[in-house]
Design a protein around this ligand. Structure first.
Ligand SMILES: Nc1nc2c(c(=O)[nH]1)N[C@@H](CN(C=O)c1ccc(C(=O)N[C@@H](CCC(=O)O)C(=O)O)cc1)CN2
Length: 295
């Protein structure tokens, strides 16, 4: 079997096209959606992701605002950046790029974000609603990567109803919120959230219809772990220098041999990454639409 491709790049382009008309409608009503980003430090991956977010905004007609701080900035400078976006009406939603440099009080800083402007859905109020409103509609931003995975599967007509899902990795942007989102009543998956303390991950993967790999270890998921026909989403990224080009190349969490066994795979790059980016745009449009309907 050779797996079919979940083409995140193509689906993200379709969604961008749909968002353009919603953005146009907002502008006709005098609402300018605006994304803010706060980047602390020089991590090349984070810099590239933030640059991509601003390019995406430009492509679809969203204003973007950016605060970049040096790696040695004190936590107080980050607090002030957050408070300035909370107060700025031009910023309808924003993100603090993660991870923050070691030693930063990340959780305390995320809690300072105005929950209504939390474009990542990571503020405790928004994560709390995801926990509490398991069977009710949600009108808050959803974390971009898990939301992107769901959207990608939906657009390929793949339902998670009754499916066993192994989520590998308990990070705050992917693994933990993926468990919350996929077990919502409207999705109805059964999720096993695996982490460094989980015994026999290969066996859990063998029993799973869907695998979401977000561990950040190159080619961690092996072909012999995969149930034939399973859906495999490769989220993790390791950046390694490419001596031939002098640039970085990215290696995903999923061994290329998995495509010989799985039914569907998301490439990396070109799968979940572009979906993460486009879900941020959707969150910004939706926060602006909510602000418009409340006005
Ligand atoms: N505040 C947040 N920080 C981080 C998040 C997040 O959702 N919110 N997620 C990740 C990084 N991330 C977005 O910020 C992200 C990761 C990957 C991509 C992407 O498009 N990747 C490309 C490949 C790019 C490359 O080659 O380097 C792809 O998969 O095709 C976009 C965004 C951690 N931090």
């Amino acid at each position: 079997m050779v797996a079919q491709i979940l083409d995140g790049k193509k689906i993200a382009a379709d969604i961008k096209q749909e968002l353009r008309s919603r953005i146009e409608t907002l502008k006709q009503h005098g609402i300018e959606p605006g994304l803010g980003t706060i980047l602390v430090g020089d991590d090349p991956g984070s810099r590239a992701y933030v640059a991509g977010k601003h390019r995406d905004c430009q492509e679809v007609g969203i204003t973007s605002l950016r605060i970049d701080l040096p790696a040695d900035a004190p936590a107080q400078a980050v607090r002030e950046a957050i408070l300035s976006f909370n107060a700025d009406p031009a910023c309808t939603g924003y993100i603090v790029q993660l991870p923050l440099p070691a030693g930063m009080p990340s959780n305390e800083l995320i809690e300072l974000i105005d929950p209504q402007k939390d474009a990542d859905g990571l503020h405790p109020v928004n994560l709390g609603r995801l926990v509490l409103r398991v069977g009710e509609p949600l009108s808050t931003s959803l974390p971009c990567t898990p939301a992107g995975i769901l959207e990608l599967l939906e657009r390929y007509g793949l339902s998670l109803e009754g499916k066993r899902v192994a989520v590998l990795g308990r990070g705050v942007t992917v693994g933990r919120p993926a468990g919350l989102l996929l077990t919502r009543r409207e999705i109805n998956a059964t999720v096993t959230l695996c982490h460094t303390g989980t015994p026999d991950v290969p066996q859990i993967v063998r029993e799973s219809d869907v695998v979401i790999a977000s561990v950040g270890q190159p080619h961690f998921v092996k072909p012999e772990w995969i149930k034939p026909g399973a859906i495999v989403l490769d989220v993790g990224v390791t950046r390694v220098p490419n001596p031939e080009t002098g640039r970085f190349k990215t290696i995903g969490d999923v061994d290329p041999g998995v495509a010989e066994v799985a039914g569907w795979v998301s490439p990396n790059p070109g799968g979940v990454g572009p979906m993460t980016r486009v879900m941020l745009l959707r969150n910004i449009v939706e926060t602006a639409e909510r602000q418009y309907s409340a006005s």
